[in-house]
Design a protein around this ligand. Structure first.
Ligand code: ADP
Length: 330
């Protein structure tokens, strides 16, 4: 295997999130323009920790698309894999907050440019030239981006990359719940490292969107064994993280912080965990439980820090901040 150009490449949705931010003089909600899309958030966390990264995705030929390309460049993420579509507008998501502060998403994506990425637009030098490849489930919701994603994952895996997968459940983006589940599970077949929430674990093991919470340990074990995963991480907000490998299972408590905005905490967590993976001489499957717990604690600190500031990309912590937070909790 030749030398790799990139530490990490990610593929997936990249869009504008419109997030409520107070009221105008006439009492209407003001919406703040934010870069959105979990795969880029993960890359931004990795880039901030000093890794060489590149993104594969599609935006529209419009001011939002130009802005999103600019964000990549400012984060130090290589943008040569970002394609501009003439056929569709940059995808937009509108965030609504209910009375309890719970977020829901409404997508302007019929289609949005992100879903129009084709297999031919995925540059082989990016999929073959990376040590680690990360993806999610939003690019699996429809064609042609589904085929582009599966092709890219396969190419990266064949070239020896570690494959990392973060399936997100956004019911409104799938034709039916059943199809959504089938494709979300298809990503598990290819992955070495997988991160899910409690609810996503329930979904992937129970087979129903409303399956309820299964026994965490049993569900995690079932997923690891069924798909031959190296590491499964179940993130649980302030309750910390449950980990499961073929050999080990356990929990690492969350870092103690005062959260302001939890947007992107999971992505900051994942970026920090993958930073440890990239920094290790051995594959996570061969780690001791101590190494694994140390990486999860580092990731928890990265996730926690991201909750102490507003936004996703803008709230990421530096290596020094993560280490300072870790030092304080030990
Ligand atoms: P997501 O953003 O995907 O919903 P979580 O909310 O579970 O993910 O957060 C990911 C990780 O970030 C958690 O496992 C935890 O380590 C950290 N984290 C999230 N919320 C908090 C919090 N309120 N206090 C401390 N750590 C947190």
């Amino acid at each position: 295997m030749g030398r790799k150009i990139y530490d990490a490449v990610a593929l997936g949705e990249y869009l504008i999130d419109f997030v409520p931010d107070g009221l105008s003089a006439s009492g209407e909600p003001l919406l703040e323009r934010n870069p959105g899309g979990a795969p880029v958030n993960v890359l931004a966390a990795l880039a901030k920790l000093g890794n060489k990264t590149a993104f594969i995705g599609k935006v529209g030929q419009d001011p939002f698309g130009e802005y999103l390309r600019d964000v990549l460049i400012r984060q130090g993420i290589a943008d040569e894999g970002l394609v501009s579509s003439r056929d569709a507008h940059t995808t937009m998501a509108f965030v609504h907050l209910d009375e309890r502060g719970e977020r829901s998403f409404h997508f302007a994506r019929q289609p949005g440019a992100d879903a129009l990425l084709t297999e031919a637009e995925v540059r082989p030098e990016l999929t073959r030239g990376t040590r680690l490849f990360h993806f999610g489930s939003i690019s699996l919701t429809s064609e042609p981006s589904r085929q582009a994603t599966l092709h890219a994952v396969e190419a990266a895996r064949q070239a020896g990359a570690i494959i990392s997968y973060d399936p997100n459940w956004r019911p409104s983006l799938w034709e039916t719940d059943e199809l959504g589940l089938v494709w979300m599970k298809s990503g598990l077949e290819q992955a070495h490292i997988v991160k899910v929430s409690d609810e996503e674990l329930a979904l992937l093991t129970g087979g129903q969107p409303d399956a309820g919470t299964p026994d965490l340990a049993a569900g995690a074990e079932a997923l690891v064994l069924r798909y031959g995963l190296d590491v499964l991480l179940v993130t649980r907000g302030a309750a910390g993280t449950y980990y499961r490998t073929a050999r080990y299972a356990g929990e690492v408590a969350a870092s103690r912080v005062v959260p302001v905005d939890t947007t992107g905490a999971g992505d900051a967590f994942m970026g920090a965990f993958l930073h440890r993976v990239l920094g290790s001489e051995t594959k996570p499957a061969d780690w001791s439980e101590e190494e694994l717990r140390s990486a999860v604690a580092f990731a928890n600190a990265g996730g926690a820090l991201a909750t102490t500031r507003k936004g996703a990309i803008h709230s990421l912590g530096t290596l020094e901040e993560i280490e300072a937070l870790l030092g304080g909790t030990r």
